[in-house]
Ligand binder design. Structure first.
Ligand SMILES: *Cc1c(COP(=O)(O)O)cnc(C)c1O
Length: 435
């Protein structure tokens, strides 16, 4: 019998006291037939596990770590802030500074409210949209993820509009009865749904680039079309930029694509690796939020000084010249390396990438929506994941997630990743032959 690794031992202990041994399901690595490694420390683009193994990290805590792990400026700022107290429950200067920074960076945001997670941001934005419009229905898209609040947990259904089918036990049908889920990138189906229900639709919420079914890029007409339909029917357009905010450009997807939502949800990068979310947008809408208005939303730890400090350090660092160009170049280099590896190994792969995020889908078809993403061969992805991990490269333990490149990934890291991908894809090819 082989000796148990420290990670394996920790996972056993974890499973006794934490459901599935993890505090967020995908970390269990079930969908790739593996068990998780436990991280001891991280720096730059590298993770070190409890057994001393080092991995090149393309998950980046699921998006926030655009500057890599333990960025010296962020660490130093948090360290200094901690000595001044870790929570006040009373306003502090840092909240004002981060709010001013966010509003100055994101084109459509006049005002912003800080919360503690992306889930809180989207949940609050939906409540606000409903309160502002006095309407109940919301439209979302199949395969988009907006956190785990009840009314957004609607599984993508096929067909034109799937009305109110909860995606999880514990969500009563009445709670999602007002949620319509439509195919991503399919403007005609949104048009039809708005024609039927438009006067009752409070908002359309969308990931302007989808990251949670793997990366799916909007067709050129999709986001402008949503903007137009919202204007026609008096509904609010909400961009869930929890991933894309500060990732695709300083002003997120709305800057990148030149489409202005009414409300924007932020998370991940805005916290610099600490728990922060935010929602904001047009002044007249945000003035409906308590205590100015009657739409209630609150948070004991919201605006937490440590989290604000980390976020500020992060956003200030992202203002350095050339950061986004460099991130794009790195994204391009990784994509090119993966494409070449797939070509040489002769394994069909469709790569969707924009700037520093992307996904390699194991399919030869275009991936434009959830239905086409689901055609990807997850069994092959599982093999690829395990082979990459063996070679010291950590990619998301699910086909339906995105990779994230950080400023800490150097050319050599990206090239080593491409080499690991080629070796891994050769193994994939052999197992495909055998099947
Ligand atoms: C991660 C994510 C969320 C949820 O954020 P949490 O901080 O995990 O609650 C919401 N929307 C999108 C687009 C996300 O990627």
């Amino acid at each position: 019998m082989t000796q148990k690794t420290v990670s394996q031992a920790l996972f056993e202990r974890a499973q006794a006291v934490i459901p599935g041994g993890v505090n967020s399901p995908v970390r269990s690595c079930r969908s790739v037939g593996a068990s998780p490694f436990f991280v001891k420390r991280a720096a730059g683009c590298r993770l070190e596990d409890e057994d001393g193994r080092i991995y090149l990290d393309y998950v980046g805590s699921w998006g926030p770590l655009i500057l890599g792990h333990a960025h010296p400026r962020v660490v130093q700022a948090v360290r200094r802030a901690a000595t001044q107290g870790t929570s006040y429950g009373v306003p502090c200067r840092l909240e004002v500074e981060l709010a001013e920074k966010v509003v100055s960076m994101v084109p459509s945001m006049d005002m912003v409210r800080m919360v503690n997670s992306g889930t809180e941001a989207t949940m609050s934005a939906i409540r606000l949209a409903r309160g502002y419009t006095g309407r109940s229905k919301i439209i979302k898209f199949d395969g988009c993820y907006h956190g785990h609040s009840d009314c957004l947990l609607v599984k993508g259904g096929s067909g034109l509009a799937t009305l109110g089918i909860p995606g999880s036990p514990g969500v009563p049908p009445e709670v999602v009865a007002h949620t319509l889920s439509l195919p991503y990138n399919d403007l005609a189906s949104v048009e039809a749904a708005m024609k039927a229900h438009g006067e009752k639709v409070a908002c359309i919420i969308v990931e302007p680039v989808a990251g949670n079914m793997g990366t799916v890029i909007p067709k050129p007409e999709f986001l402008p079309g949503l903007r137009r339909l919202c204007d026609t029917y008096g509904s609010l357009l909400i961009f869930d930029e929890v991933i894309t905010g500060f990732r695709l450009a300083p002003g997120g997807a709305q800057e990148r694509f030149g489409v202005r939502p009414d409300l924007t949800c932020l998370g991940k990068i805005i916290g610099g690796g600490l728990p922060v979310g935010a929602y904001g947008g047009r002044r007249d809408i945000m003035e409906k939020v308590a205590p100015l208005g009657d739409v209630y939303q609150a948070g004991t730890l919201s605006g937490n000084p440590l989290a604000m400090t980390a976020g500020l350090a992060m956003l200030e660092e992202l203002g350095a010249p050339g950061i986004y160009e460099s991130l794009r170049t790195k994204g391009e280099r990784l994509e090119a390396g993966l494409r070449e590896a797939a070509r040489i190994a002769d394994v069909p792969v469709t790569i969707n990438r924009i700037e520093s995020m992307g996904t390699a889908f194991f399919t030869d078809k275009e991936v434009l929506d959830f239905a086409s993403a689901l055609q990807a061969d997850t069994a092959t992805y599982a093999i690829f994941y395990r082979e990459m991990l063996t070679r010291g490269v950590y990619i998301a333990p699910s086909q339906f997630e995105s990779f994230f490149v950080s400023t800490a990934h150097e050319k050599e890291d990206l090239d080593r990743t491409a080499e690991a991908a080629l070796e891994s894809l050769r193994v994939v090819k052999m197992t495909q032959r055998r099947r």
